[in-house]
Structure formats: structure tokens, C-alpha cells
Design a protein around this ligand. Structure first.
Ligand code: SF4
Ligand code: SF4
Length: 67
């Protein structure tokens, strides 16, 4: 299991990262960030295998994966 860090204030809620996760581990948060946007969050109890697809997909470098 890898560790995922989402920098919510870098996230613009474009949703590009959500469909690339084969574990369906990402979702839109109901909170808002400093820009007034809903950032993506890691689902509670979800799994991350460290594939990094979400991080590669993100145009704003808002996701970091630690294996
Ligand atoms: S690294 Fe892979 S498994 Fe982990 S949240 Fe991102 S897309 Fe999903
Ligand atoms: S791809 Fe990046 S900016 Fe877009 S929703 Fe995902 S984390 Fe946020």
C-alpha cells in the first residue's frame, strides 16, 4: 500500500485524476479550498497501489505518491 498526498490548494477540481484510478480511490471533496473550489480527496478506507497514474494525469502537480 502506497501513501498518497493531495495538496488540496493546488487542486482545481478538474476531475481528470478520478477515472484513471483503477481502484476508484479518488472522489471530489465536499469541502472547498482557498480558491473556493472543491478539491479531490482520497476515499476513506480506499486502497492505493502506488501506480502514480493520478499524479501523472494531474496538470497542477497536486498529487504525490510515496511507495
Ligand atoms: S496512485 Fe494509482 S492507485 Fe493510487 S490513488 Fe493514484 S491512480 Fe489510484
Ligand atoms: S487532476 Fe489534479 S487538479 Fe484535477 S482534480 Fe485531480 S488533483 Fe485536482
Amino acid at each position: 500500500m502506497a501513501i498518497i498526498k493531495i495538496k488540496e490548494n493546488y487542486c482545481k477540481g478538474c476531475l481528470l485524476c478520478i477515472p484513471v484510478c483503477r481502484n476508484k480511490s479518488l472522489e471530489l471533496s465536499d469541502t472547498i479550498n482557498v480558491h473556493g473550489l472543491h478539491p479531490v480527496r482520497f476515499k476513506e478506507g480506499a486502497e492505493c497501489d502506488g501506480c502514480k497514474k493520478c499524479a501523472i494525469m494531474c496538470p497542477d502537480v497536486a498529487i504525490e505518491i510515496f511507495n
